[in-house]
Each structure stands twice: as C-alpha cells, then as structure tokens.
Design a protein around this ligand. Structure first.
Ligand SMILES: Nc1ncnc2c1ncn2[C@@H]1O[C@H](COP(=O)(O)OP(=O)(O)OP(=O)(O)O)[C@@H](O)[C@H]1O
Ligand SMILES: [Mg+2]
Length: 255
C-alpha cells in the first residue's frame, strides 16, 4: 500500500491538528513507515509531531539556485537531488518528516521545483503512507504541488463559511482536473448534529462527510504546552474520532 493523503481547508480549521492526529492513528494501526510532509510555509507540523527539523526543501532550493555548480559532475541531477532530499528528511521512530519551507519563488525556479516535486514523489513511494499538511487557501491546489494523491481531506468548521469554503475548494479541484482518488470532508470542532440549513450548504460540496472531530480540551492543552500530539492519550475524544475517520478512509479505499 502507498497511501498519499493531502489535507486542505481554510485557515485555522484544524488541518495541522488533523494531520498530526492522522499520523498518530496511522502509526497506532501499524501503517509505517510513514512520511509526514509539512507543505505550509508557516510550518507548524514538526512541533505538533514533536520532531525537530534542521533543513527545509526551501533551503535546499535556494542553495541549488545560488550555487548550481555544487552538483558534482557525472551524477545525474535527479539522482543527486534525491540524495539531497533524503538528507532533508528528519527521521524519527516509524515516521519521517519533511518540511517544504518557503514558498516557491518566481518562474526561474520552475525547473528546480519540478525536479524537486518528481524526486519527492519518488521518495514518497518508499513509504506505506504519506500525509501532506497544506497551507490555508487554494494556491497549493492550483500549483499542483501535492502531485497525485489517493485521498484529499477537506477540513472545515461546521459553519456556513466553512461550507462555502469547502464548495470553493471543490470547484477548484474539479476545474483543475487534479489527480485525486477520493475527496472527503471532515468537520472539526463539531459538537452537535448539523442543522438542516447547514446540511444543505455542506451537501453543495458534493462531498461525503467522512467524520466529525469534537472540540477536545486536551488538544488545546497540548498546544499550549507545545507537547507532541503523537502522545495524546488513546482516550482523547479527538484522537478517537480521527482513528474512526482513518478506519473509514481505509474501508472506502478497499471497497
Ligand atoms: N478538535 C479540536 N479541539 C480543540 N482544539 C482544536 C481542535 N482542532 C484544532 N484545535 C485548535 O485550533 C487551532 C487551529 O488548529 P490548527 O493549527 O490545526 O489549524 P490549521 O488549519 O492548521 O491552521 P493554519 O491554517 O493556520 O495552518 C489550534 O490552536 C488547535 O489546537
Ligand atoms: Mg496548519
């Protein structure tokens, strides 16, 4: 199995929290090795996963751009880059992590960016699962920076704005013909049944609501204490909800 799951959604909806809890659930299920990709330039996934990262892919890109002659002669560029990316991957138990870092630059970066993307896709194949935490907004979708993914999870708050943003995300996904297997919706900080009006708004996304994550004071506690979400107790309401969501994703993929 090589399961690439990308997470998208509006700012502050809980994308990184969900990504971190999803990594926790995947490992708890023994789905490893696992690669966590932080694709948000204002990276925060490493803290949520308790991993310290020294080099980002953005640093690497900048180095390559400024010193293209760094590559030793005789080694194909792609191969050399794969080696470099491997060094930018931080290893921890059962899970590796890579941080994309700074935004992609102007057009002159295009060649390097394409090569980087191809190398990352190649590296991702060594893992049982890849979880990609994206920045808020829709640019990463139009930049196609996630490459092909089996699952896209849109995280939204159970509000009218949440529903409308999810609709916009899906309009963009459909208009770009992105290479995505299944798209699901996850409602975060969702503590009651959706009322009829909200349910209608969310139905406009055309997405299945694969699960809801309740507000969990433990999550905020962990955040305040900068503690890794990998260590939230199995009884945490949010962690249990994400366990269930993962289970459903796996069932849908196998169906
Ligand atoms: N289910 C939950 N219960 C309690 N608090 C939560 C829950 N989900 C997220 N939070 C809190 O909400 C805040 C935003 O979450 P998070 O950083 O995961 O969102 P995000 O979508 O990644 O934000 P950004 O767009 O800035 O990257 C954090 O303080 C987080 O601890
Ligand atoms: Mg985030």
């Amino acid at each position: 199995m090589n399961l690439r799951i990308a997470i998208a959604g509006k700012g502050g909806t809980g994308k990184s929290t969900f990504s971190a809890l999803l990594c926790r659930s995947l490992l708890a299920k023994g789905i490893k090795p696992l690669l966590a990709v932080d694709a948000d330039p204002n990276s925060c996934l490493p803290e949520k996963l308790g991993v310290e990262v020294e080099q980002t892919i953005g640093d690497l890109r900048e180095e390559l751009r400024q010193e293209p002659e760094k590559k030793p002669a005789g080694i194909p560029k792609g191969e050399w880059m794969e080696g470099m990316i491997n060094r930018a991957i931080t290893e921890s138990t059962g899970m590796d992590m890579v941080v994309m870092g700074r935004q992609e630059g102007p057009d002159c970066y295009c060649f390097i960016n394409n090569l980087l993307r191809q190398c990352l896709e190649q590296i991702g194949k060594q893992y049982k699962a890849v979880v990609i935490d994206n920045e808020a907004g829709l640019e990463h979708l139009s930049r196609r920076s996630n490459g092909s993914v089996e699952v896209l999870v849109v995280v939204a708050h159970p509000t009218i704005t949440g529903a409308r943003t999810a609709v916009r995300i899906m309009e963009l996904v459909n208009s770009l013909h992105l290479d995505i297997g299944d798209c699901f919706l996850v409602l975060n900080e969702s503590d009651t049944q959706l009322d009829a009006d909200l349910a209608i708004e969310f139905a406009r996304t055309g997405l299945d609501i694969i699960g809801s994550i309740p507000t969990d004071p433990l999550i905020r506690d962990f955040e305040l204490k900068a503690q890794s979400l990998m260590t939230v107790p199995a009884g945490s309401k949010a962690a249990m909800a994400v366990d269930e969501i993962l289970q459903k994703i796996l069932e849908r993929r196998n169906a």
